[in-house]
Write a new protein. Structure first.
Length: 340
């Protein structure tokens, strides 16, 4: 038998999965008391095939034993089962509008973060894809205006499944853009989209399930991500390298402290749960260590990095990392244009 609650719905979830996040948001918005069991997508427990033979998340088990799969079907089930949540409008036409919006998003926006990450190491391909991303987001902005000029949600002042279905992938797209050293922060023609994002992100259902990860990624992007490139930029200037080194150590100790704050025992940012917070940061730590080696520096014996070192070891043991990590020589070759 597999683990489940006898008297509450049981959600089999993976925090890293934007599809599963839809189910989490729907359940929280409907104030459903449920038990959550997190599934490691790279090391799924043997019993999980009894829950979902396809081994996908999310899966929702009802106390009566029925099993629900597919994120949007689960979200709509929650909306129908708990009508007081108002997650689906009562009007048949408005329900049609919600479903049409979700269908449009699925066909035109949902796949963008995965496409961008797929060409992350190819600068020319990234630059070629960027205008398409901007175009699709401007189209999304126009559709939000058409749905409700004043907003802030798709249905105006009513939060709905239309918002749940889309925010989790917009979140991943912004992470993918940051990892690709791109941004839409100053892009024109996205006022309604930005209003919508701000409103959806202020919901307790959202802040309690993603805020810590997002803040960690933002901190890393602002304080650590650029360090390898700064160091390579002064590679031939020993005095400048020595001047920069204490800053690198200070930033990494700050990162260590943030990891401790997030989870004392670790090993990942979210404790025993591997997440986007780990994915977004490890690739740049890898490059920082290569840059340090090229500069004949090291952090191997630096004190105050115990939690950080634990985290590195855990992330580097993941099959997704070991099977895809670039070699030292490959990273050095990519770094040549930054070395001065």
């Amino acid at each position: 038998m597999y683990p489940h609650s006898a008297d509450k719905p049981t959600l089999y979830n993976a925090r890293i999965c934007p599809f599963a996040h839809r189910a989490v948001l729907a359940l929280r918005e409907a104030n459903v008391q449920y038990e959550q069991i997190d599934i490691d997508l790279e090391n799924k427990p043997e019993w999980y095939s009894q829950v979902n033979p396809l081994l996908k998340v999310p899966t929702l088990r009802l106390p009566t034993g029925e099993i629900l799969v597919e994120s949007m079907l689960i979200a709509e089930y929650v909306a129908d089962q708990y009508p007081e949540s108002n997650l689906m409008p009562k009007s048949a036409f408005d329900r049609y509008r919600v479903r049409l919006h979700i269908d449009y998003f699925g066909n035109n926006v949902l796949g963008l973060p995965f496409k961008l990450l797929g060409v992350n190491s190819n600068e020319a391909a990234r630059q070629e894809l960027y205008p398409t991303i901007v175009e699709r987001l401007r189209e999304l902005d126009a559709r939000l205006v058409e749905a409700s000029v004043s907003g802030p949600f798709f249905l105006g002042d009513r939060y709905s499944v239309a918002d749940i279905a889309t925010i989790t992938f917009i979140e991943r797209l912004e992470v993918a853009l940051k990892l690709s050293e791109m941004s839409i922060a100053d892009t024109t023609g996205l006022d309604r989209l930005n209003q919508w994002k701000s409103a959806v992100r202020s919901r307790p259902s959202y802040t309690k399930t993603v805020a810590s990860v997002r803040l960690h990624i933002d901190y890393f992007g602002n304080n650590v991500l650029g360090l390898p490139f700064k160091l390579l930029g002064v590679n031939s200037n020993e005095a400048a390298r020595q001047e920069l080194y204490p800053t690198i150590v200070e930033r990494l100790r700050e990162l260590d402290a943030r990891l401790v704050e997030a989870s004392v025992s670790g090993p990942f940012f979210l404790g025993d749960r591997y997440s986007v917070a780990d994915i977004a940061t490890i690739t740049f730590i890898e490059r920082l260590e290569v840059a340090l080696k090229l500069s004949e520096m090291s952090i191997a014996d630096t004190t105050g990095l115990d939690r950080f070192n634990q985290w590195k070891s855990a992330v580097r043991s993941r099959p997704s990392y070991t099977e895809t990590v670039a070699s030292y020589d490959e990273i050095v070759a990519a770094f040549k244009k930054f070395i001065k």
